[in-house]
Design a protein around this ligand. Structure first.
Ligand code: PMT
Length: 410
C-alpha cells in the first residue's frame, strides 16, 4: 500500500437522503481500505439507515444528534473531539437541506458543529432528486460551499430512487473511495496537466471469432492513469479489451485493434502534456479478416498473411513537442537494458519502463505486482518493485521531480 494511504482516519457524516441506504456498503469498503472510522448521523438519516447496522459493521459506537452538547460526564465535547480527529470528513449523502445549512454555516446539529470546527478537508457527495439538485437555490449553495473550500463531488446521472432519471445519483462505492484518496494524496504535481495513458492488449481479428492478442490485463496502465488522477491530472485512458474497473474521474476510450488505438492516440497527441504507452500493442494484424469462420484444413496447415501495424509510440515520438513527455514501456525477455535503450532512442521517448517478463511470478503481465527499471534518455536507471499501484506512483515521482529526489537522474 502507498505510504500516504496507511492509517487514515475518516469521519463519515450521513445526512437524510434516500441514498443513505447505501452507506453500510460504503462503510464496508472504508474498512477494507484500512481506514479508521467515526460515523455521525443526523436525525433524518436515521429514518433511511439503521444505526445498529452501521455500528455493527464499523465495530464501534456511532454518534447521533442526541450526543450534541450532551451533558453526559466523562466525554470530551463530541463536536470538537470529532472535528479534530479525522484526516478527512465525508458528508454522504449530502442532502439539499444539509448543503443549505452548511452553506449558511449553521451549527444547530452535531454535523454542523463538526463542519465549522474541523480543519480537515471535507468532501460533500450531493445525492437527491434531479429537480432539487438543479434548483437555483441548491446550485447557489453548492457554489458557496466550493468558495468556502469544501470539495463538491458531482453526482452521477441515471435512474434515481425517487423514480426520476437525471443527475442526482450517489457515485458507486469504488468512486467514493477513490475521491477520498484523491483528496488525501499529498502530491498535486499534475494539476493543470493533461495525461494520456494507453493500457491493455489489442485484438487483431483473423475471422469473426478468432484474434491474435497477448496476456496484458491493463493493470499497469490503469494504475498509471489512476495515480495520475490522484495527483490531480486530467486523465484519458485509451484501453484495449480489459476487465471492467472503476474509471470514475478518468475519460476512457475503449478500442479493440492496434489501428483503432493508433487513431485514438494520434488525434489526442497534441493536447496532452504527458503520454504514457503502457499498452501491449499487437505488432501484426491479418492482411485481411476472413468474413466467415476459417475452417480446418485437409493438410493440417493454415498459412496466415500478416502485415505490420503502425508503431504508435514511434509516431507520437515523431510528432511530440519539446515540452511533451513520452513514456514507453518495454516488455523484454533478453538483452533487457540494451533492447529497452534502443527502443527509447528510436521512438524519441523521454523515459522507458523496462519490464522483465522472464522474471516469473510477481511481475509483468497480469500480476498485481511488478518489477521494473526506469531508464531515462541520459541512460540513468532506477529499479522499482511493489504493487502496480506503488510502482506507478514511484514512476510519477521520478518523472515529475527528478531533480528533487537525490540520486535519481540528477
Ligand atoms: O497489462 P498488464 O497485465 O498489467 O502488464 C503490463 C505490461 C507488461 C503489458 C506493461 O507493463 C508493458 O510492459 N507494456 C509494454 C509491452 C510492449 O508491448 O512492449 P513493446 O516492447 O512491444 O513496445 C514498446 C513500446 O512501444 C510500448 O510502450 C508500446 O506501447 C509501444 N508500441 C509497441 C508496438 C506498437 N505497434 N505500437 C506501440 O506504441
Amino acid at each position: 500500500m502507498l505510504q500516504w494511504k496507511k492509517n487514515r482516519k475518516i469521519l463519515l457524516a450521513i445526512t437524510g437522503g434516500i441514498s443513505a441506504y447505501k452507506t453500510p456498503e460504503i462503510v464496508r469498503a472504508m474498512i477494507r481500505s484500512g481506514w479508521e472510522l467515526e460515523i455521525v448521523l443526523t436525525e433524518e438519516a436515521e429514518r433511511f439507515v439503521s444505526p445498529m447496522v452501521l455500528s455493527t459493521l464499523a465495530g464501534k459506537r456511532i454518534w447521533k444528534q442526541a450526543d450534541y452538547l450532551s451533558d453526559e460526564s466523562g466525554w470530551r465535547i463530541p463536536h470538537i473531539a470529532l472535528a479534530e480527529w479525522p484526516d478527512a470528513v465525508m458528508v454522504i449523502p449530502a442532502s439539499a437541506e444539509s448543503i443549505s445549512r452548511a452553506a449558511r454555516g449553521e451549527a444547530g446539529t452535531l454535523i454542523g458543529g463538526i463542519l465549522l470546527a474541523t480543519r480537515a478537508p471535507v468532501l460533500f457527495f450531493p445525492a437527491m432528486n434531479v429537480n432539487m439538485y438543479e434548483h437555483p437555490a441548491t446550485i447557489q449553495n453548492i457554489k458557496t460551499l466550493s468558495s468556502l473550500g469544501y470539495h463538491l463531488i458531482e453526482p452521477h446521472t441515471g435512474y434515481l430512487a425517487c423514480g426520476y432519471e437525471g443527475k442526482g445519483r450517489l457515485p458507486e462505492t469504488d468512486a467514493v473511495i477513490h475521491e477520498v484518496w484523491r483528496t488525501l494524496c499529498p502530491d498535486r504535481d499534475l494539476e493543470g496537466k493533461r495525461v494520456l495513458v494507453t493500457a491493455g492488449p489489442t485484438w487483431e481479428f483473423l475471422d469473426p471469432v478468432r484474434f491474435l492478442s497477448n496476456p496484458s490485463s491493463g493493470k499497469m496502465g490503469y494504475q498509471m492513469a489512476r495515480t495520475a488522477w490522484y495527483r490531480k491530472g486530467s486523465v484519458t485512458l485509451v484501453h484495449g479489451p480489459v476487465e471492467n474497473r472503476c474509471t470514475h474521474g478518468i475519460v476512457t476510450v475503449p478500442v479493440v485493434s492496434a489501428l483503432e488505438m493508433y487513431h485514438e492516440v494520434i488525434r489526442r497527441t497534441e493536447e496532452n502534456d504527458l503520454i504514457v504507452k503502457a499498452a501491449a500493442v499487437g505488432d501484426f494484424r491479418s492482411s485481411e479478416i476472413a468474413p466467415q469462420k476459417i475452417k480446418r484444413t485437409e493438410d493440417n496447415v493454415l498459412n496466415l498473411s500478416l502485415v505490420q501495424n503502425p508503431d504508435i509510440a514511434l509516431e507520437v515520438g515523431k510528432k511530440k513537442r519539446e515540452d511533451q513527455i513520452l513514456v514507453g514501456f518495454a516488455a523484454e525477455s533478453r538483452d533487457l537494458v540494451e533492447n529497452a535503450r534502443k527502443k527509447l532512442a528510436r521512438k524519441n521517448m523521454n523515459y522507458i519502463i523496462l519490464n522483465d517478463i522472464s522474471a516469473g511470478e510477481g511481475s509483468g503481465f497480469q500480476s498485481d505486482d511488478n518489477k521494473v527499471t526506469v531508464i531515462s534518455r541520459t541512460g540513468d536507471m532506477v529499479s522499482l518493485s511493489g504493487t502496480k499501484e506503488e510502482v506507478a506512483y514511484r514512476i510519477w515521482d521520478i518523472i515529475l521531480s527528478p531533480k528533487e529526489r537525490p540520486g535519481i537522474f540528477e
